[in-house]
Design a protein around this ligand. Structure first.
Ligand code: FMN
Length: 191
């Protein structure tokens, strides 16, 4: 791929929250994980494990646990955004937006920079997916439930590993319009 194409990928990737019913092929998921593991890691520790879920039934169970957590009084109070509160409380809210696949990244806490390493891997997945015409959305709401035993059990996370990042993947239904909305970066050119 020419470098110019890479910048197109960067500039046009958006979070996708609407998916067609079409599944994501095993090869596509493999390609995304192959891209993820190219990310740099502290001391080249590569402290990650990738958990792939394509069962709608399992995603439904995970969703139910997360939504129940989000509807608890503590979480409702913590949710600063009224928009998010309304979305979460709407009937049928699905944190996965009915996407056909989930890639969860868990990490070995003994490595020196596990959390950072896993986020870098996740970003590679977002960019690679977009380059392949697939849509993705970071699953922050799932991460908030990462320590709930039911979530750990359903995902069958490796012993001792902690959920660090997660993305849904699918064929985009509706893509958000326009480029990412970004503020001008504060840049201090020091000396
Ligand atoms: C750490 C993190 C957590 C996120 N969690 C969610 C989430 O749980 N659900 C969701 O719909 N979007 C989630 N997002 C997506 C952001 O809302 C989105 O990236 C942001 O609004 C910018 O939009 P863009 O990705 O289209 O540029 C998350 C993004 C990040 C980086």
């Amino acid at each position: 791929m020419a470098v110019a194409d890479f910048f197109d990928v960067l500039k046009t990737r958006r979070t996708v929250r609407s998916y067609t019913n079409e599944g994501v092929s095993r090869q596509d998921i493999q390609d995304l994980i192959d891209s993820a593991v190219l990310a740099p890691t502290g001391m080249n520790a590569q402290p990650w494990a990738f958990t792939v879920v394509t069962s709608r039934e399992l995603m439904g169970k995970l969703n139910a646990i997360v939504v129940e957590m989000l509807k608890g009084p503590e979480m409702q109070q913590l949710m600063a955004s009224e928009g998010l509160r309304n979305a979460v409380n709407a009937p049928g809210f699905n944190i996965f937006y009915n996407a056909p696949a989930l890639i969860a990244i868990s990490g070995d806490p003994k490595a020196p920079s596990t959390a950072i390493d896993c986020q870098l891997a996740a970003e590679n997945i977002f960019l690679a997916a977009h380059a392949k015409g697939l849509g993705t959305c970071y699953m922050g709401l799932l991460l908030m439930a990462g320590e709930i035993p039911g979530v750990r059990d359903l995902l069958k996370l490796p012993e001792g590993y902690k959920l660090q990042a997660a993305a849904i993947v699918g064929h985009p239904g509706q893509r958000p319009e326009g480029p990412p909305q970004r503020n001008p970066a504060r840049i201090d050119w020091v000396a």
